[in-house]
Design a binder for this molecule. Sequence first.
Ligand code: AVJ
Length: 325
Amino acid sequence: MSAPALRERRDPREAVATFAADVRYYLTQQPRQLPSRYLYDALGSALFDAICELPWYPITRAEMRLIRGHARDLLGGAELPDRLVELGAGNGTKLATLVSLGLPDGRPLSIELVDVSPAALRTAASAVSAVARVQVLTREATYEDGLELMETRRGKERVLVLFLGSNIGNFDPVGAEQFLRRIRRALGPGDALLLGTDLVKPEAELLLAYDDPLQVTAAFNRNLLVRINRELDANFELERFRHLAVWNPDASRAEMHLVSTGRQRVHIGRAALNLTLLEGERIWTESSYKYRPEEVRRLLWHCGFRECRQWIDEPGRFVLTRAAV
Ligand code: AVJ
């Protein structure tokens, strides 16, 4: 019923060159690592959607319950936005729910979806277009590029930026602060941020969430090697890497690693890189920092946001924070 989504794509050759440069840089760091945003190719995005359905991964369900219960207030109550920008939109289910339950009939709204996965953007655009007469623009971009584009096309409208699903958890503390300041700078009076953050939980629960008995998370993690093999002409042998999830209480983060089960050589053609991995050597693929509600409020205040309001789900697993500027 609404107009087809406008699409902004990246130049695929440029995207592969950036991927190759990142793989080369991060795999030769000590400890070896890979940026977690590369987990989301088409298969990785589908595996992540499957993770969200797992009984051991509570984040998505907890956040969805909060969105269903408080949609109108989360959108701003009497002060509804004219423009909504979601960073890391994924499959768009949360946004579609928020808009269909929270936006009064006939109220115009333009929506921008920013994600690195073209597959996720297509799904999200149709999910959102199905529930409301909204104008949808998809941007295949990193968060940072998405914010920059958002600023350059700014009008007088009221903007609500959504950063949900505990995506903030992928940033280390310095990165999280810089990124929230970056969002703050892009906003003006009347604008707001809606931030979803996963909360610290007992270690056993966190480990099950990141190392599930069905091994979907293991597949999600190891798919990063499948992607590197395909896109960068590499020869990682999948059976020789195992998935490892760790809870690091001092840093308050869950970590995912790929562990080499023996000494092995790997060649990554497009990154012009030859590696020797030792038995037990790890490639660190993701951090998921967990917060406490008051830490989120303090961090947002520190980054220049005011008027924080929080919604916490019943067992205290997840918090949504709405912060105005
Ligand atoms: C989408 C980054 C929030 O960190 O929990 C799920 C990704 N990694 N299982 C998270 C993820 C392993 C997820 N985020």
